[in-house]
Design a protein around this ligand. Structure first.
Ligand SMILES: [Zn+2]
Length: 245
């Protein structure tokens, strides 16, 4: 469940990211007036099995039944976890079209929410993993292999740090660095771990043990890169950065 909004005095409009139909919005009648109507299971981030009725004429499908499968209550009980989950969910909510089935993205979001709820993997590592793979699924991966400006191959063997230009979409070669106004630096080790994070299966990528430096640099880089390329900064990202200090 990605989002809930009030609709009149009694009803809620709920946006789900579903396995079979992608993002869908449905109306939950009387759910605002009485939490008993759906047994109190309509909670953000939770995984539900839902039954909907198509509207007779126009309008949204009507939620008939909702059964809780993945409560993820550990996320909602913790403000940091809630802030991270809100950011990921806002990316899916804001940048994905309705009614487009997207199984790999569903599995990615499910994976990071499960791990976040379980509490064994650092939140920052999950966020780096989510952002790298989300951007790849959107076709907006950062370019971390060739120069983003002149496309020349970069010999990373002789450089410990590489300059990044967000507007060009990734790293720069030594010749192009001079003409670039806005720069950030990523270490070679961080670049390697970021590439691992977006490659292969989610289960394999989920086992990466990021170095503290890669986590710090990766997080700083991605939280600039993602809003820049999506054209807007998610409100939940500002909140996350605020509470993290
Ligand atoms: Zn270049």
């Amino acid at each position: 469940m990605l989002r809930r909004t009030d609709f009149g005095d009694y009803d809620l409009i709920i946006t789900f990211f579903s396995l079979s139909r992608g993002k869908i919005s449905v109306i939950a009648k009387s759910a605002k007036k009485s939490t008993k109507r759906f047994s109190g299971v309509l909670e953000l981030f939770s995984g539900l099995e839902i039954v909907c009725r198509e509207p007779r004429t126009k309008g949204l499908p009507v939620l008939e039944e909702a059964t809780l499968r993945q409560p993820f209550a550990g996320i909602r009980a913790d403000i940091y976890k809630t802030a991270y989950a809100s950011y990921w969910v806002e990316l899916v909510q804001g940048w994905i079209e309705e009614n487009e089935k997207q199984v790999p993205l569903y599995r990615l979001l499910e994976y990071v929410l499960e791990q976040l709820d379980g509490g064994k993997v650092p939140e920052a590592a999950l966020s780096v993993l989510f952002q790298m793979r989300f951007m790849r699924l959107c076709g907006l991966s950062p370019n971390l292999i060739n120069c983003s400006s002149c496309k020349a191959e970069i010999d990373q063997a002789h450089q410990n740090n590489l300059a990044v230009d967000l507007s060009k979409g990734g790293i720069l070669c030594n010749r192009c660095v001079a003409g670039s106004p806005r720069q950030m630096v990523l270490s070679k080790g961080t670049i390697k771990q970021l590439i691992w994070a977006e490659s292969g299966s989610i289960a394999t990528a989920g086992r990466i043990r990021f170095t503290p430096q890669a986590l710090k640099e990766g997080q700083l880089f991605l939280e600039d890169f993602v809003p820049f390329h999506l054209g807007k900064k998610p409100r939940s990202l500002s909140f996350l950065q605020q509470i993290r200090g």
